[in-house]
Design a binder for this molecule. Structure first.
Ligand SMILES: Cc1ncc(COP(=O)(O)O)c(C=O)c1O
Length: 399
């Protein structure tokens, strides 16, 4: 019998393991850049499921693709080649310049796969000593063991030891520190092209140059974690292209599935040539519904003019945030790129988020004191203006 819940938060805390700090909201539907709660109140959604709903809620192409595929088959297993996977892989290879794709279900799985592929690559090529993975402090790569070992936030590892070994973290954008730790035994340098969760921190040109040089000098691989930055969020299909970073493996998830769980690792022909059947795998990876949705997302974001919208809205949002920082002294510098933006706040970020939410705008945090904005990539000019005016009001209320 169908249950009705008067308050989702109360029921949630009774029924679900308490692993997330959840807001007291009863969302019942979403369309485009808006979510609606049970009382009919609408919220402008600049969280987008934490960078998942790249095309907003229930985009007609995504809904149609899922419906169409659900009529054919929903799952058949990776024992059999299938059209939804092939169509998506073909498009991804066309738009990314990578040669091969591994499908999985989430960001952490994509990173787990990329780390395993990098280690296997050197093992198969007679260099088993190349094991070390160098990553960055404050990075976030996911919650499974290797991805957590790669993550440069020790607090997230507390109580879960022992961790898989041979991971080392250096300070973000510290090229000298990176040069000190990368050597002949380095398997890979792993990084987010823009460190999102750690505080929306952009990469310096010098760091890009240093990583490219170290990759050449020590014959190591570069793993780009584009789980949050990929699929148009920075105004290009991949962030590595935008910044000129030479990556051998790229992990994608979040936005690629249009809301369905889909992750993937893109790799060069050279890396792919070291992999054999049985090396790695997953039952649900490349699920047909998720791949059908993924194809709809890739087709939309590669439509002429789509990225221009990302860039224009980004400029408007950045300029608007900078204006707010002039008006409210507790706001600091604006960080980020594309539609992955943040602004520092000296007032508690949780208070600003809650006040914005009460006034109809959903925003999120990054790091300890950064308010993060992740609108859908097809957000309109007027929605950006509305978000900025709600933020203005929220700032004045907490001043
Ligand atoms: C850069 C990055 N990598 C990996 C992950 C983990 O992705 P998932 O939560 O899908 O496992 C995230 C999630 O926030 C992320 O932002």
């Amino acid at each position: 019998m169908a249950q009705s819940f008067t308050n989702f938060k109360d029921a949630d805390s009774q029924l679900l393991a308490s692993l997330y700090g959840k807001a007291d909201l009863n969302f019942v539907s979403g369309k485009g850049s808006y979510l609606e709660d049970a009382s009919g109140k609408r919220y402008l959604d600049f969280v987008s499921g934490i960078a998942v709903n790249a095309l907003g809620h229930c985009h007609p192409s995504v809904v149609a693709a899922i419906r169409r595929q659900a009529e054919d088959f929903i799952h058949i297993s990776n024992l059999y080649p299938n059209k939804p996977q092939l169509e998506l892989a073909k498009r991804i290879v066309e738009v990314s310049d990578y040669s091969k794709v591994f499908f999985c279900n989430s960001g952490t799985e994509a990173n787990e796969g990329a780390i395993k592929f990098a280690r296997k690559f050197f093992n198969r090529n007679g260099k088993p000593e190349k094991q070390k993975i160098v990553t960055f402090l404050n990075s976030f790569h996911g919650r499974t063991f290797a991805a957590l070992s790669a993550t440069g936030q020790p607090a997230l590892r507390e109580g879960f030891g022992p961790m898989p070994g041979e991971f080392e973290h250096v300070v973000w954008n510290d090229t000298e520190a990176l040069k000190q730790v990368v050597n002949e035994n380095t398997c890979a340098i792993m990084l987010e092209p823009l460190a999102a969760e750690g505080g929306v921190m952009t990469i310096s040109e010098e760091m890009v140059k240093t990583i490219n040089e170290l990759r050449e000098k020590f014959n190591c691989l570069v793993i780009a974690d584009e789980v949050q930055t990929g699929v148009g969020r920075l105004g290009t299909f991949l962030g590595v292209k935008k910044y000129g970073l030479h990556a051998d493996l790229v992990s994608l998830a979040k936005g690629i599935g249009g809301g369905l769980p889909l992750g993937m690792v893109l790799m060069t022909e050279q890396v792919a040539s070291a992999l054999r059947p049985g090396d790695h795998g997953t039952t649900f990876g490349g699920n047909p519904l998720a791949c059908a949705a993924g194809l709809a997302v890739v087709n939309e974001v590669t439509t002429p003019g789509f990225m221009e919208n990302v860039i224009l809205r980004s400029e408007e949002l950045k300029a608007g945030l900078a204006k707010l920082a002039e008006k409210y002294s507790f706001l600091g510098s604006v960080h980020g790129d594309g539609l992955l933006l943040g602004i520092e706040t000296e007032k508690p970020v949780a208070e600003l988020i809650a006040t914005a939410r009460e006034n109809g705008l959903l925003v999120h945090r990054a790091g300890a004191n950064v308010l993060r904005l992740l609108p859908p990539l097809n957000v309109s000019k007027s929605e950006v203006e509305d978000a900025l005016s709600i933020l203005d009001k929220a700032c004045s209320l907490i001043s």
